[in-house]
Design a protein around this ligand. Structure first.
Ligand code: AMP
Ligand code: ZN
Length: 463
C-alpha cells in the first residue's frame, strides 16, 4: 500500500511501526460552533482511510481530539455569559451528531484538551529540563532554533521565516520564531495551576501529549487539513521529538481544502455551510459521496451542480442494490457465463483495491463500484442463480462499506424499543442529562417517531 507522505513529499510503501496495527491521530475541530463542511472533509477522508485499513485486516487505533479551550471558545462564552465548558460541551455533542450522520465511525478515543492538562504540564517540564523551552513571567516558550529538524515538514527555513517578523518591543521571546507552550491567566478565562502560575496551554502541545498518551511515542499516521502543516504540525514534531527523543509520526497525511468559488471555506471568512445546514437540503450520504469523488489531496469546489451529480451517482448504486436485494434468483449451480461474470467481479474488486492502495484514490475506487453496478445491471436478473445474485450484491455492499456509504436499510424500530428509549429519555431528563435526552428525541425523530408530553406522560406516534 502506498501513501503520500508530506514529510518526504513522496508516495511511500506503508510499513507500520508494529505489524498488523495502525496507530493514527487526526487533528479534530475547535468546538465553538457547528462544524462546517470544510471541517467534515478530513473527518470523512480519514475515516475512509481507517475503514480501508480495517478492510485489509489491520487493527486500527484511531485518535481524534476536540480542542475545547481556545480564544474563540472563550470569546463566545463571554458573549453568552456562560462558562467556556458550556460552549465546548454543547458543540462536542453537536459535532458528534454530525459525524454520526456522516457515517464517520467513532474514534477509539476522542480526547479533550481540558482533560489532559496534567500531561501537557509534564511534557512542558521535560522540554524545559532538556533545554528546549524556557519560562518568562508565567509564559513558557519553545526554543525553536534549538530543535535541529525545525522546518522539515513544511520545508521552511527558520531564517526565511524570521526575516518577515517584526519583533515587538515588549516581546519576552528570546527569538521571534519561539512559540507558546503555556500562557498566563487573563481575567475571565479558564485556567489551571502550573509550576509557572495559573494559566492555560498553547494549542500545539495538546496533540503531542494526547498522541503520546493514547498511541505511544512513535505512531504510524498523523493527519489533518493542509492548513495544519505549518505551524501546527511542524510545532508538534518539534515538541514530541525533543521531549521523547524519537521520531514522532512515520507518515504525515494532509487533505486539500474544500473551497467555495475557489476560496477556502472557513469560519473566519464567513463563506461556509455547516453540516447541519446541508443536511436540510441533502441526504448527508450525498455529501460523503461528493467528498470521496475527488482525491483527498486535491482541492474540491463545493457547488450545487457537483452535489446533484453526486446524488445521481449515489442513486444509481443504491437502486442497483435494492434491485438485487429483492431478487430471489434460481436454485441451481452457476453456469459458465455466470462464472465468467464472477471473474469480472473479482477484477473490479482488484481495481477498487489497487485504487485505494495508490494513496487512497477514492475517485477511481468509486468508478470501480460504478462498473460493478453496470455489470450487475446487465448480467444479473431474476433468471440468474442465487449464488450469482448473492455474490454480486455482497461485493457491492462490502466495497460501499469501505467508503462508508450505507446500503443497508434501517430496520424499523419496534414498539418495545421505542418505549424503552422513551423511558431512558425520561430517566436522562430526571438526571439532568439533557444532552442524552435530546439525543434520544432526535434519534426517534429521525425514525419518524413524534413525542408529545401530556399530563399522563409521554405519548408517541409515527409520523
Ligand atoms: P479547525 O476547527 O479550524 O481547527 O479545523 C479542524 C480540521 O478541519 C483541520 O484538520 C482543518 O485542517 C480542517 N479544515 C478546516 N477548513 C477546511 C477546509 N475548508 N477544507 C478542508 N479542511 C478544512
Ligand atoms: Zn493537532
Amino acid at each position: 500500500m502506498k501513501l503520500y507522505n508530506t514529510l518526504t513529499r513522496k508516495k511511500e510503501e506503508f510499513v507500520p511501526v508494529e505489524e498488523g496495527k495502525v496507530r493514527m491521530y487526526v487533528c479534530g475541530p475547535t468546538v465553538y460552533n457547528y462544524i462546517h463542511i470544510g471541517n467534515a472533509r478530513p473527518m470523512i477522508v480519514f475515516d475512509t482511510v481507517r475503514r480501508y485499513f480495517e478492510y485489509k485486516g489491520y487493527d486500527v487505533n484511531y485518535v481524534s481530539n476536540f480542542t475545547d479551550v481556545d480564544d474563540k471558545i472563550i470569546k463566545k462564552a463571554n458573549e453568552e455569559g456562560v462558562d467556556a465548558s458550556v460552549i465546548s460541551e454543547r458543540y462536542i455533542v453537536e459535532a458528534k451528531k454530525d459525524m454520526d450522520a456522516l457515517n464517520v465511525k467513532e474514534a477509539t478515543t476522542h480526547p479533550k484538551a481540558t482533560e489532559e492538562i496534567d500531561g501537557m504540564i509534564e511534557m512542558i517540564e521535560t522540554l524545559i529540563e532538556k533545554g528546549y523551552a524556557y519560562a518568562k513571567n508565567g509564559t513558557v516558550f519553545y526554543r525553536t532554533r534549538k530543535f535541529e529538524g525545525y522546518g522539515k515538514l513544511s520545508k521552511k527555513n527558520i531564517d526565511d521565516l524570521t526575516a518577515g517578523i517584526r519583533i515587538a518591543v515588549d516581546d519576552e521571546k528570546e527569538d521571534p520564531m519561539d512559540f507558546v507552550l503555556w500562557k498566563p491567566k487573563k481575567e475571565g478565562e479558564p485556567s489551571w495551576s502550573s509550576p509557572w502560575g495559573e494559566g492555560r496551554p498553547g494549542w500545539h502541545i495538546e496533540c503531542s501529549v494526547m498522541s503520546k498518551k493514547y498511541l505511544g511515542e512513535e505512531i504510524d499516521i498523523h493527519a489533518g487539513g493542509e492548513d495544519l502543516i505549518f505551524p501546527h504540525h511542524e510545532n508538534e514534531i518539534a515538541q514530541s521529538e525533543a521531549a521523547n527523543g524519537k521520531p514522532f509520526a512515520k507518515y504525515w497525511l494532509h487533505n486539500g481544502f474544500l473551497n467555495i468559488d475557489n476560496v477556502k471555506m472557513s469560519k473566519s471568512l464567513g463563506n461556509f455551510f455547516t453540516v447541519r445546514e446541508i443536511s436540510e437540503k441533502y441526504d448527508l450520504q450525498v455529501l460523503r459521496f461528493f467528498m470521496l469523488s475527488a482525491h483527498y489531496r486535491s482541492p474540491l469546489n463545493f457547488s450545487a451542480d457537483l452535489m446533484a451529480a453526486s446524488k445521481n451517482g449515489l442513486d444509481r448504486i443504491l437502486t442497483a442494490v435494492n434491485r438485487l436485494d429483492e431478487m430471489q434468483g434460481q436454485d441451481r449451480p452457476l453456469t459458465d457465463e455466470e462464472k465468467a461474470v464472477l471473474v469480472q467481479v473479482d477484477e473490479l474488486v482488484k481495481k477498487f483495491e489497487d485504487s485505494m492502495e495508490d494513496d487512497f484514490n477514492t475517485a477511481d475506487a468509486v468508478s470501480a463500484i460504478f462498473e460493478l453496478v453496470k455489470l450487475a445491471n446487465i448480467n444479473v436478473t431474476g433468471e440468474s442463480s442465487k449464488e450469482l445474485v448473492k455474490t454480486v450484491l455482497a461485493t457491492i455492499k462490502k466495497l460501499c462499506d469501505v467508503l462508508g456509504i450505507i446500503t443497508e436499510h434501517e430496520e424499523e424500530l419496534l414498539d418495545a424499543d421505542i418505549e424503552k428509549l422513551i423511558e431512558e429519555r425520561h430517566a436522562a431528563r430526571k438526571a439532568k442529562n439533557f444532552a442524552r435526552a435530546d439525543e434520544i428525541r432526535d434519534l426517534l425523530a429521525a425514525q419518524g417517531i413524534l413525542l408529545k408530553d401530556t399530563r399522563e406522560g409521554v405519548k408517541w406516534s409515527r409520523a
